[in-house]
Design a protein around this ligand. Structure first.
Ligand code: ADP
Ligand code: 5GP
Length: 220
């Protein structure tokens, strides 16, 4: 019998009870301070296992960075449009971060599910708390920098922030680093010091889900 590994995920995204959500691969939530290295690790994972994982493309009201494409990193929208869609019930979760709205739409998760891939979400702490209350049963992984100083260096080198947004992100990072130690919130905390080692730990944490997904034979 063919098992639909992400049936539970789709049902949850639609607000229905999952039918066999206990058996399929679980969605992955990556969180952690801005600049900790989530996107870098995600890109490595999606490149190595392009047929296995799919990124849930969030909506945001922030402006695109150089190199970002609408519909790839984010759906870049106005606050008015996003608030309207949130009110219409189109979002699984949403949060205000550093002066902008961010959110995961039901359609974003469904798009990954339609491809029979393991859904990977990159959300802030508020998003983690919201998603943990749904039927999605995610594996929650926090990516942390070795220190606040290293984080600041990385954000400055990335050269995407103004002094004002940098200060906001560093303030949020302090709270994030504290919360990552909260018992039961994360299944795993990865300190992204050396990138290759952090990536190895990420893949090790996901090995069960990768195996399950490969065994279904629906994923490649
Ligand atoms: P996030 O998605 O968490 O905001 P990024 O993946 O954009 O963070 O990483 C922030 C910056 O730090 C990027 O310029 C990235 O190239 C760099 N970076 C990521 N991981 C490491 C690492 N282990 N060592 C050094 N620089 C890193
Ligand atoms: P950035 O502007 O650096 O891309 O993202 C800023 C923060 O927003 C990061 O912590 C990131 O994880 C978070 N984020 C991105 N998309 C979402 C989302 O859909 N929901 C929530 N709650 N946070 C998000």
């Amino acid at each position: 019998m063919l098992r639909r590994p992400l049936a539970g995920l789709a049902a949850a995204a639609l607000g229905r009870a999952p039918s066999d959500g206990m058996s399929g691969p679980r969605p992955i939530v990556l969180s952690g301070p801005s600049g900790a290295g989530k996107s870098t690790l995600l890109k490595m994972l999606l490149r190595e296992h392009s047929g296995l994982f799919g990124f849930s493309v969030s909506h945001t009201t922030r402006t695109p960075r150089p190199g970002e494409e609408n519909g790839r990193e984010y759906h870049f929208v106005t606050r008015e449009a996003m608030q309207r869609d949130i009110a219409a019930g189109d979002f699984i979760e949403h949060a205000e971060f550093s002066g902008n709205l961010y959110g995961t739409s039901k359609a974003a998760v469904q798009a990954v599910q339609a491809l029979n891939r393991i859904c990977v979400l990159d959300v802030d702490l508020q998003g983690v708390r919201s998603i943990k209350k749904t039927d999605l049963r995610p594996i929650c992984i926090s990516v942390q920098p070795p220190s606040l100083d290293v984080l600041e260096q990385r954000l400055r080198q990335r050269d995407t922030e103004t002094e004002e947004s940098l200060a906001k992100r560093l303030a949020a990072a302090r709270a994030d680093m504290e919360s990552s130690r909260e018992p039961g919130l994360f299944d795993l905390v990865i300190i992204n010091d050396r990138l290759d080692e952090a990536y190895r730990l990420l893949k090790e944490a996901l090995s069960e889900e990768i195996k399950k997904a490969q065994e279904t034979n629906l994923l490649s």
